[in-house]
Write a protein that binds this ligand. Structure first.
Ligand code: GLU
Length: 310
């Protein structure tokens, strides 16, 4: 663990109401930080202006409050942070690592086969364009996205839940987006800039983001930022290999409150079925904290990848 005071975070995207999976990830983030006397930052990840809704940003805060998932700093938002993201983007450009990518979604789909079921690897189509070809494409009215050129090297991560994880950036990730063609800075860049600016040194989130972490660590290296400690928790799944989503109405917070009657009932049930607590008895996060030991994280979850919702 880091020697500085621990600072974890909740980083919800305000694109819908919370469900059991979001509550579980936030509960673990809270427990791991609080068990070490740490703090929690709330960051509303509203980078995607089209999908983010202020009503959800409000609702998610009320939901955390109701559940006893308190935060110590924030809420911070991503809107209005363009200047900070631009500074990071400019620093990468100044290192000669950014190039314009004119590929359309269809091009990308046609060119890249998903690798290991994780994510498509960009084949590098626009990396090799000459200045002339770039000028031609720009003149044809295509607005490019911007990609980061990655080296052929392995990034190694010691995850508190998943154990050792290694990813070769060139082969398993490829040059990745740092800015989209609509001008929005990419999630990977924003999250790295925000975690550093907000002093976050503990990132607890779903294992679906494990394969993004090497990209984020690589950006931290290039920008001279520290690496947080990472803990990627299992996803709560409706059935094998299908994570909970909005269509699983029984896992939505309002349905959970109706089923378990109280916020303590909801927290206790989620803690019990995931292995955070020995029973499903109603409990507050504070009460769960008494029996929680972050050192047990590597063996706490029977399956580190998925937990069946019930
Ligand atoms: N905002 C993302 C989500 O709600 C989480 C991103 C992160 O934890 O880095 O899925």
């Amino acid at each position: 663990m880091s020697e500085q005071p621990v600072k974890g975070r909740f980083a919800p995207s305000p694109t819908g109401r919370m469900h059991a999976g979001n509550v579980f990830a936030a509960l673990v983030a809270w427990l791991v930080a609080k068990a070490q006397g740490g703090r929690i930052v709330l960051r509303i990840e509203d980078l995607d202006a089209q999908r983010s809704k202020p009503t959800y940003a409000d609702a998610v805060q009320r939901d955390f409050e109701r559940l006893g998932l308190t935060w110590d700093e924030g809420p911070f938002f991503q809107h209005g942070r363009e200047e900070a993201y631009r500074a990071a983007f400019d620093a990468l450009s100044a290192q000669g690592l950014v190039y314009p990518c004119f590929c359309t979604r269809a091009d990308l789909h046609a060119a890249s086969a998903p690798h290991r079921g994780e994510k498509p690897v960009y084949p590098g189509t626009c990396r090799r364009l000459s200045d002339e070809e770039r000028a031609q494409r720009a003149a044809a009215g295509r607005v490019p996205a911007q990609r980061l050129r990655v080296p052929d090297c392995d990034v190694f991560l010691r995850d508190l839940v998943q154990g050792d994880y290694r990813q070769n950036l060139a082969r398993e990730c490829g040059d990745f987006l740092v800015r989209r063609s609509d001008g929005t800075f990419a999630y990977q860049l924003a999250v790295v800039v925000d975690d550093a600016a907000q002093g976050v040194n503990l990132v607890v989130r779903g294992v679906d983001l494990l394969c993004s972490t090497p990209q984020q660590m690589h950006l931290q290296d290039l920008l001279g930022l520290p690496h947080p400690v990472y803990a990627h928790v299992p996803l709560v799944v409706a059935e094998r290999d299908r994570r909970l989503s909005k269509r699983d109405h029984d896992a939505a917070l309002d349905a959970l409150l109706a089923r378990f009657k109280t916020p303590e009932g909801v927290i206790g049930h989620i803690a019990g079925i995931t292995g955070l607590a020995p029973t499903c008895d109603p409990a507050t996060p504070e009460e769960l904290l008494q029996g929680f030991d972050p050192a047990a994280l590597p063996t706490l979850f029977e399956d580190p990848v998925q937990i069946r919702w019930k």
